[in-house]
Design a protein around this ligand. Structure first.
Ligand code: ADP
Ligand code: MG
Length: 295
C-alpha cells in the first residue's frame, strides 16, 4: 500500500513586488507522480535546486500544491484540518540540528511534541522513554542538548518524532552538517527503525553513499524525478548520474570504468568489498576460461 501518494504535483514559488504584482515565478516542481510504499526506505537524490526540499515540504503539509495533490496516509495535505495529523504521521527532520532543539534537557525536548498534541502526563514519560531507547539516546536523558555532538542532536530530533508514534519519517539532508561518524550514527539509527519498527523512511540527501542501503532510489533533476530504481539499478547508470550532476562513489565509478575496459564485473557495485569479491571472481573465471582454451 502506498503511504504517500503524489499526483501530478506542480509547485510554483511566486515573488511579489511592493505593489503586490507578481514579479517572478519559480517552478520548483513540475508534474510529479510518485507513490511511496509503506515500510520502505526511499532515498531521494538530486543536486542543489532540483526540488527535493520543496517535495519534502509538500509531504509535511508545509506547502500547498499549485496543481495536483499529495496524500499522506490517505489524507489530502490541502485539507487544513488534517495538517497536524499529517505532521504527526510523517514527522520531518531538518538539516540543522540546532534549529530543532527546544528543551534544556534531552527528555524535555523529546516530550515537547507529544505534550503539544495533548498526550496525557502518565503516558508522556512512557513515550519519551520508548523514543529515547529506540533512538539509542536513553543514556543522555538528563543531559543538556547543547553538550551533545551533531549526530547525537539529530538522534534526539529523531526521538522527538518517534514520541509522536509516526508511520513515516521524512529527513531533509539530516547529515549535511555532521562529520562522517555523526552521519553513520544517524543513518544506522533510521535504518534500524525502518527494519525493526517498519517505519517508512524518506531520506533526502546529496550523498550518493547514503543511498546504498535503500530499497529504492529516486533521482530528481529540475523539479522532476528522472531516475527511479534499486540502488544497484541506479548506480549502474554512471554516465546518466553524472549528467544530473551527481557525484558517484569512487568504488562505483572504478567498477564502471573497469567494466567498460572489458573486465567482467556485475552492474552497480556499491562497496569496496563487493568490488574486491567481483574482481577475484572475474580473475578465477578468466583463469578457468584460459584453462579451457588450452585443453
Ligand atoms: P533542493 O532542496 O533540491 O536544493 P529546493 O526545493 O530548495 O531544491 O528548490 C527548488 C527550486 O525552488 C530552486 O530553484 C530554488 O531556488 C527555488 N526555491 C526554493 N525555495 C524558494 C522560495 N522560498 N522562494 C522562491 N524560490 C524558491
Ligand atoms: Mg534542499
Amino acid at each position: 500500500m502506498a503511504i504517500i501518494e503524489i499526483q501530478k504535483l506542480t509547485h510554483e514559488y511566486k515573488e511579489y513586488d511592493e505593489e503586490n504584482r507578481e514579479r517572478e515565478v519559480v517552478r520548483a516542481l513540475s508534474d510529479v507522480n510518485l507513490n511511496i510504499e509503506e515500510g520502505s526506505f526511499v532515498v531521494i537524490l538530486g543536486h542543489n535546486g532540483s526540488g527535493k526540499s520543496t517535495l519534502a515540504k509538500h509531504v509535511n503539509a508545509l506547502l500547498m500544491p499549485t496543481e495536483g495533490a499529495v496524500y499522506v496516509c490517505g489524507k489530502n495535505t490541502a485539507e487544513e484540518a488534517d495538517s497536524w495529523k499529517i505532521r504527526k504521521d510523517a514527522g520531518m527532520i531538518f538539516q540543522n540540528p540546532d534549529n530543532q532543539i527546544i528543551g534544556n534537557v534531552v527528555e524535555e525536548d523529546v516530550a515537547f511534541g507529544p505534550e503539544n498534541v495533548g498526550v496525557p502526563q502518565d503516558e508522556l514519560s512512557e513515550r519519551v522513554a520508548m523514543a529515547l531507547e529506540k533512538a539509542g539516546m536513553e543514556a543522555f536523558r538528563m543531559e543538556s542538548p547543547n553538550r551533545l555532538s551533531g549526530g547525537q542532536k539529530q538522534r534526539v530530533a529523531v526521538a522527538g518524532i518517534l514520541a509522536l508514534k509516526p508511520k513515516c519519517i521524512l529527513m531533509d539532508e539530516p547529515t549535511a552538517m555532521l562529520d562522517p561518524s555523526g552521519r553513520r550514527e544517524v543513518l544506522n539509527t533510521v535504518h534500524e527503525l525502518n527494519r525493526k519498527e517498519g517505519i517508512t523512511v524518506l531520506l533526502i540527501t546529496h550523498y550518493m553513499e547514503e543511498a546504498v542501503r535503500a530499497d529504492r532510489v529516486i533521482v530528481m533533476d529540475e523539479g522532476h524525478p528522472v531516475m527511479d530504481g534499486t540502488p544497484k539499478e541506479i548506480f549502474a547508470r554512471v554516465d546518466e548520474l553524472k549528467e544530473y550532476h551527481m557525484t558517484v562513489p569512487c568504488v562505483t565509478e572504478l567498477a564502471y570504468e573497469l567494466k567498460k575496459a572489458g573486465v567482467a564485473l556485475p552492474d552497480g557495485i556499491l562497496t569496496k568489498d563487493e568490488l574486491a569479491d567481483a574482481l577475484l571472481k572475474a580473475r578465477e573465471d578468466s583463469k578457468e576460461q584460459s584453462g579451457a582454451d588450452k585443453a
